[in-house]
Design a protein around this ligand. Structure first.
Ligand code: ZN
Length: 418
């Protein structure tokens, strides 16, 4: 009897295995972003959601779908660690100021924008995205649930829910309009309020916690931030800290947050502490496209030099892990969200840091910060098949990442050819 059951089980397992979709990719080149090594003429075998084998001599089983990328370079799917998919500021209406979306765009509209933007991110090669707040009343949480259930197309999606901040958040409120920061922020000044805000976010589906450290004169102390980290980590969520000032970045680095967002004014002292405490920084480029759309061509050049290029160079020198996260808050019909994000590779190129490091910000470093490094971010057996292809070798020509010709996530092809 027992033997019979075991035999049936074996048959079922065998049937299950052979029924999984098998895809074989013929890759002209595979670049490993961790080591910078390049392997030529490789076969990647994908079964179901996972990579099964990679190598020059991997046999392609009969019946497998064969994808010919023999003229392309294959890399792991890219990741954006600082996105706001459920918000779309309009340059004319809002003058680039994101808080108008709170007043003028309904939660329903923002969820639809999130779905559109999620699809766009995937099409441009982003197989994972960390959304870092400003998502209305948990609009992006709904987008994430629909991606996970397969109802809509999108990347692996990590969402912050409402941003936690000292009173006032990122707003300059009026006493007679105190609720204008709803529903973007949870004001939390005391420890009890911080704990409750974190738990409220987790309860409503946040998978990362975002703190704004320093957008008011009163900022979170090192101990405040440590307290929040402990609470977030206890629930398995990482903590991202928005820091626009030198003092805010220093407190965040000392407390040991998972990432400092923007870090525009970070000092060398804070970078050294960040390195020691394994804190990542997510720098924010200031682009010419944004300046043009705002009606001020050339208006971002100096800002980009001071707040992006300089901190990136110093962080690289200090050996601090950097992660891609351009903080895009707009898109137009002409410039979809995924395109606006990946086009900022031009600003990264201006920093002069090695192409390999830029590629790491988009892949391996991002996977570590997102906490998904155990099954995404690398191309290796057992990992999820999040695979993209570009025309050239990004180690030689990093801007090739703007031209993604193939996208697979979880073993499913979302883009093939132009
Ligand atoms: Zn942001």
């Amino acid at each position: 009897m027992k033997k019979g059951i075991i035999a049936v089980l074996f048959v079922l397992i065998a049937v299950g295995v052979s029924n999984a979709q098998v895809t074989a990719i013929r890759a002209g080149r595979i670049v490993d972003p961790e080591t910078g090594t390049v392997a030529s003429n490789q076969i990647i075998l994908i079964e179901g959601q996972d990579i099964k084998a990679i190598g020059a001599n991997v046999a392609i089983p009969p019946g497998a779908t064969v994808v010919d990328l023999s003229r392309e370079t294959v890399i792991p799917g890219m990741m954006d660690a600082h996105a706001h998919l459920c918000m779309n500021t309009q340059h004319k209406r809002d003058g680039g100021r994101y808080y108008f979306t709170t007043l003028l765009d309904s939660n329903a509209k923002r969820a639809i924008q999130g779905a559109v933007n999620a699809k766009s991110m995937l099409e441009y090669g982003f197989t994972a995205v960390r959304d870092i707040g400003n998502e209305g009343n948990y609009a992006c949480v709904e987008v994430r649930k629909m991606i996970n259930s397969g109802e809509i197309d999108g990347p692996t999606f990590i969402t912050a829910g409402r941003i936690i901040a000292p009173y006032g958040g990122q707003f300059a409120l009026q006493p007679d309009k105190q609720n204008l920061a709803e529903p973007e922020y949870l004001f939390a000044d005391t420890r009890d309020e911080m704990k409750k805000a974190i738990r409220q976010n987790l309860h409503y589906g946040a998978t990362v916690i975002k703190l704004v450290i320093d957008d008011q004169r009163y900022i979170y102390s090192v101990d405040d931030i440590k307290f929040a980290i402990e609470e977030a980590h206890a629930a398995g969520a990482k903590l991202a800290a928005h820091a626009w000032t030198a003092a805010g970045a220093l407190n965040a680095a000392k407390a040991g947050v998972d990432s400092i967002e923007h870090a525009v004014a970070i000092t060398d002292e804070a970078l050294a502490i960040a390195k020691q405490n394994k804190v990542a920084i997510v720098p924010i480029p200031f682009t010419e496209r944004d300046a043009v759309l705002s009606g001020t061509p050339g208006g971002n050049r100096e800002t980009n030099e001071r707040w992006f290029i300089d901190p990136v160079r110093r962080a690289h020198k200090a050996g601090v892990m950097m992660v891609w996260g351009p903080d895009v808050i707009y898109n137009t019909l002409e410039f979809p969200r995924g395109k606006v994000s990946i086009d900022t590779v031009d600003e990264w190129k201006m920093t002069g840091i090695p192409n390999l490091v830029i590629l790491q910000t988009l892949t391996t470093n991002a996977a570590r910060l997102l906490g998904i490094e155990r099954n995404r971010g690398w191309l290796k057996p057992g990992y999820r098949a999040d695979i993209i292809a570009v025309r050239d070798n990004p180690l030689e020509k990093i801007e090739t990442v703007k031209d993604v010709v193939f996208v697979m996530r979880n073993g499913k092809i979302y883009k093939q050819g132009k």
